[in-house]
Design a protein around this ligand. Structure first.
Ligand code: E4P
Length: 228
């Protein structure tokens, strides 16, 4: 199970990497806007951070970067995808799972540029993503569960389909927009390859009342023991 951080804030990325060793990053236009940086300034900052941490390279630390979501034409998406990919081998081109997006992902993958088909809300969309060779597929969890849907079967179905047709290991399932530690666990049990979530979700996952209580109990014992 890999953990990606869903953020474009370099200080959050640094903290998550140093504290609990995240395996990659996902971003979207909202995250880039919230970083307070321009799109290309963020990419440059990300490149510097990758270099600083010796994480450069195609097989290492993928960073999903979303193309302009206004594009509907595959040609525009491919052009922007190529431009982003030329900046760093770590950059994975994130594209909405719409008609033009699926075509663009296939063409970019044929050129050796990795893609992540995003805004996936059904197993049917996940099949299309895998059939077209996308390296990652991002089924959204939080949005569906906020709408009253339980996502366990949804992820299980995608995982089963990928197993049945040999897509497992070729297209990795990134459970995206994960909002709670319970959703993280549900996705892991259901067959996700990767979770992507905000820093707050990961930090919440470290917390348990018994852990806090236990640390207190052991501190009392330690403090009442001769340790020299
Ligand atoms: C995932 O890859 C997306 O960046 C993200 O999860 C989108 O959803 P959110 O911004 O509502 O969390």
């Amino acid at each position: 199970m890999k953990y990606f951080l869903d953020s474009a804030k370099i200080e959050e990325i640094r903290y998550a990497f140093d504290t609990f060793g995240i395996d990659g990053v996902t971003t979207n236009p909202k995250h880039v806007m919230n970083s307070g940086k321009s799109f290309y300034a963020f990419l440059e900052e990300m490149k510097d951070w990758l270099k600083e941490n010796h994480l450069e390279g195609k097989e290492r630390f993928p960073v999903s970067v979303e193309i302009d979501p206004n594009f509907t034409d595959a040609k525009d998406m491919i052009e922007m995808g190529r431009k982003i990919a030329a900046l760093s081998e770590n950059f994975v081109i994130k594209i909405p799972c719409i008609e033009g997006g699926v075509t663009a992902a296939r063409k970019l993958e044929e050129e050796g540029i990795r893609t992540n088909l995003t805004l996936v809300f059904s197993p049917a969309q996940a099949i299309i993503a895998a059939k077209n060779g996308s390296m990652f597929v991002s089924p959204f969890i939080g949005w569906k569960e906020a709408n009253g849907e339980d996502c366990r079967q949804y992820i299980k179905d995608i995982s089963t389909i990928y197993d049945n047709f040999g897509y497992k290991g070729k297209t990795e399932i990134i459970c995206a927009a994960v909002r709670t530690p319970k959703q993280m666990v549900d996705c892991a049990v259901a067959g996700a390859d990767i979770i992507t979530a905000g820093l707050d979700v990961y930090l919440d996952s470290f917390k348990h009342a018994f852990t806090t209580q236990g640390v207190g109990i052991f501190c009392d014992a330690w403090n009442n023991t001769v340790t020299e």
